[in-house]
Design a protein around this ligand. Structure first.
Ligand code: 9MR
Length: 354
């Protein structure tokens, strides 16, 4: 007699087996990204990832540059207040980078989103002194350890119609706080390449244009800006060609370019979206391929580095807490460190002959 319970359990057992088999599938042999590019390939890092051997192996194989994901930010360094800066996390990351022979990119000194509380009680003179002291202390501590800094992060409004109004700009002026930050960073670390960094520069052409106008103003004002950081949190819906146009316009200013935080979410804000996952993956790999090819087309002296904002999908900020839909695939590797279609698109772009 057929055991009904066994019959019902069979499909479940099969599904579990498939999941198990998938989890056990070894990663297919792929080249290390850093070994196929003539410029550094980077990822972001949180110090606890140093304790994850799978992450350390993957990073060791593919990247030659690291950006602290949050421990070099004011929110971390000033968590205990202005007078008690905290450096355990970023020091650990800096030591790891040095040990592994990887370059370290500092992120970030001045950001509209941070420091408001720590600086709130200060009158104008003290505010300015604390601003200068913060940059001197942090950029000074990592002098010779970082190769570069995101000196000012995300200065342009989301609409792209101008500069953000924030606690820094209210105290020191709209271009004023930015110029001052670059000058103080240069004084603290004469050798670091100093970047202005922002997002949606490819996604929102108006924002890209406003950002580049700011870069031009900074250069004219004699601010020691040394590079353009384009985060590249890509919107996979943007028309083909838009990414290439932004990268070309940016390159016309002559500065090195850092693709500083690449990820490409498959998620859509459309309320009804009937496209298959395959269709979305095709859009994603198309846009990532365009970005890689546009970067490859730059003169060698303008290719500073190409950084992804995490290696495995599950490392991504897009897969944390409430944001996590359990399915998004915004990064080159899956949870088990196996290459995603995005990885193949990167390799194809990096190895394509001009
Ligand atoms: O990925 C970062 C996340 O872990 C942090 O909680 C968050 C706030 O510090 O910042 C995220 O990284 C951002 C980066 O610093 C600047 N550009 C946008 C990134 C994604 O939000």
């Amino acid at each position: 007699m057929i055991d009904r319970r066994a019959l019902l359990a069979a499909p479940l057992a099969l599904a579990a087996c498939e999941r198990f088999a998938e989890a056990q599938t070894p990663a297919r042999a792929v080249p290390g990204l850093k070994s196929i590019t003539p410029f550094p390939v980077g990822t972001c890092i949180k110090s606890n990832q140093i304790d994850d051997p799978a992450w350390v192996d993957l990073a060791g194989k593919h990247v030659s540059q690291l950006t602290p994901e949050w421990e070099m930010k004011m929110e971390y360094i000033l968590a205990d207040g202005l007078d008690r800066p905290r450096f355990d996390g970023p020091d650990r990351i800096a030591a790891f980078a040095a040990e592994r022979g990887m370059r370290l990119h500092g992120h970030t000194l001045i950001w509209y989103a941070q420091g408001e509380e720590a600086f709130a009680h200060l009158d104008r003179a003290r505010f300015t002194a604390a601003f200068d002291a913060y940059i001197a202390t942090v950029a000074g501590r990592y002098r010779g350890k970082v190769v570069s800094w995101d000196v000012v992060n995300e200065p342009i409004t989301d609409a792209g119609d101008g500069l953000r109004d924030c606690h820094w700009s209210r105290a020191l002026g709209q271009d004023g706080y930015i110029i001052r930050a670059f000058e103080r960073a240069r004084a603290a670390d004469p050798d670091a390449v100093l970047f202005l960094n922002d997002y949606n520069l490819e996604n929102t052409p108006r924002k890209g244009a406003t950002f580049l106008k700011l870069v031009e103003r900074l250069m004219k004002a004699g601010a020691p800006i040394g590079g353009i950081g384009s985060q590249a949190h890509l919107d996979i819906e943007i028309p083909a060609g838009q990414i290439r146009t932004f990268i070309r316009n940016a390159a016309s200013l002559g500065l090195p370019i850092h693709i500083s935080e690449l990820d490409a979410s498959l998620r859509s804000d459309r309320r009804v979206d009937l496209r298959s996952r395959e269709q979305r993956l095709a859009q994603q790999t198309g846009r990532v391929g365009e970005l890689v090819e546009a970067f490859m087309a730059l003169p060698a002296s303008q290719r500073f580095a190409f950084t992804v904002w995490g290696l495995r999908d599950t490392d991504s900020w897009l897969r944390q807490g409430e944001r996590d839909d359990g399915q998004d695939q915004p990064l080159p590797f899956d949870a088990g460190g196996r290459p995603n279609p995005m990885f193949d698109a990167m390799v194809a772009g990096f190895t394509k002959r001009a």
